[in-house]
Design a protein. Structure first.
Length: 418
């Protein structure tokens, strides 16, 4: 294994430059693109087993960084100490693009990229730890779509990281297998954390707040892999009431502001032991593809299953929410059923059911006194009704996700119903 400390072992002059910058402006060191030449060269010359250490400081980049070699670790001095700034980016679609496996990125920040912050494509054994991806100007449609963005990956760990300001999803895992997302914070994104078309994901001990939607578990059509088997538990999901600022036509543009946890068209999803509060549309939404309001130009693949099935929501702690739903239809529904000063129930279900499914419960919801509303989507929402007792049932707990190198893998079991 080769340890490369950029600015120290590579070039003394660069270390002196970084130190000088910090002495001149200790609170916010001036950024210099001089550093990018060294880092780009090291990424191009990297060999399996290399550890590339980036010193503290604010380092400016005007183009994307790319890594295509397996077995590399990139390490900073801390997410608030080592900052890769792409504020003046002129070339490239991402901040850091990784097409490799056995990859670790830890203890640094990526700020203000033109497109996605960190994208990892088609790698296995991926660890993202102590990484902050942020658009520092606050929520804007012009911000990059995704913050931390592994796609078509296997054995993924994202922990102790922060994502702020993404115009699609702060932490997004797509078309992947065997995923753990834990102890992260997602705020002021459209979607805080999104698990999409992924098989086997554990999402726990995260905080999602001030997003449009807190935690999303979606299946999208026309992708080669449908997702299933996701557990969302022991998270804090509160006050996700930011107006939706996604680009027009994006799938998440259909997410109502004020959504806590949203399940759409996905199967075998277990939501339990979470603290979910003050999400103004609903604390939990269960919906089919038919309720999204978006359709693709190519239509929907024949094999696509639009229904959420085998959904278990139990043992969660709800507070507030449902008092100011987003969109005229939901506002009218709230007033018609619960009055001007009322609120929608904690769980809002669109009511679509797969009539061809051969028996067995599709949606089981049991959270003590918390209510469930069937909005009657199949009948154009003409006869909505509270169905709390009708959907009170149980499903077998889903399996724990275990990563090959994760000694702290969760052994959480299904919590008893409240």
């Amino acid at each position: 294994m080769k340890r490369i400390v950029l600015g120290v072992a590579v070039t003394v002059g660069l270390a002196a430059l970084a130190a000088c910058q910090q002495q001149q402006q200790p609170a916010a060191p001036a950024a210099s693109t001089e550093f990018q030449k060294v880092l780009i060269e090291r990424l191009l010359d990297a060999k399996p087993g290399d550890v590339i250490e980036i010193p503290a400081g604010r380092h400016a980049f005007d183009r994307s960084l790319t890594l295509r070699v397996n077995g590399v670790t990139i390490r900073g001095a801390g997410m608030d100490k080592t900052i890769l700034s792409f504020k003046d980016q002129k070339a490239g679609a991402e901040g850091l693009l990784v097409n490799a496996g056995d990859f670790t990125l830890e203890n640094l920040a990526i700020e203000d990229t033109k497109g996605d912050g960190l994208k990892i494509n088609e790698g296995a054994n991926i660890t993202i730890r102590g990484v902050r991806v942020e658009w520092t100007g606050g929520p804007k449609t012009t911000n990059g779509a995704y913050g931390i963005y592994p796609v078509q990956t296997t054995n993924v760990l994202i922990e102790d990281s922060v994502a702020i300001g993404a115009s699609d999803a702060g932490i997004y895992v797509g078309q992947s297998k065997n995923v753990v997302v834990r102890r992260n914070r997602a705020e002021r994104n459209v979607a805080g954390i999104e698990i999409e078309n992924t098989i086997g994901a554990d999402v726990y001990e995260n905080t999602a707040t001030q997003n449009t939607g807190g935690i999303l578990v979606f299946n999208m059509p026309n992708l080669p892999q449908p997702g299933h088997t996701t557990r969302v538990y022991k998270n804090k999901v509160f006050e996700n009431n930011t107006d939706n600022f996604a680009a027009k036509g994006a799938a998440v543009a259909s997410v109502p502001a004020g959504s806590g946890v949203v399940i759409n068209s996905n199967d075998q999803v277990e939501i339990f032991d979470n603290d979910i509060a003050d999400n103004q549309t609903a604390n939990v939404i269960v919906s089919s593809y038919f309720s999204t309001g978006y359709m693709t130009e190519k239509g929907v693949a024949k094999a696509f299953d639009p229904y959420p099935e085998e959904i278990a929501i139990h043992g969660n702690r709800f507070k507030g929410g449902g008092d100011r739903p987003d969109g005229l239809d939901l506002k009218a529904l709230k007033v018609a059923m619960f009055g001007l000063n009322g609120r929608l129930p904690d769980v809002l279900w669109d009511g679509y059911v797969n009539a061809q499914r051969a028996g067995g419960p599709q949606v089981c919801i049991d959270n003590g006194e918390a209510q469930t509303l069937n909005a009657d989507g199949p009948n154009k929402y003409k006869n909505p009704s509270v169905v709390t007792d009708k959907v009170r049932c149980t499903l077998p707990p889903l399996p724990v996700v275990t990563l090959p190198t994760d000694g702290a893998a969760s052994t959480a079991k299904a919590a008893p119903s409240a």
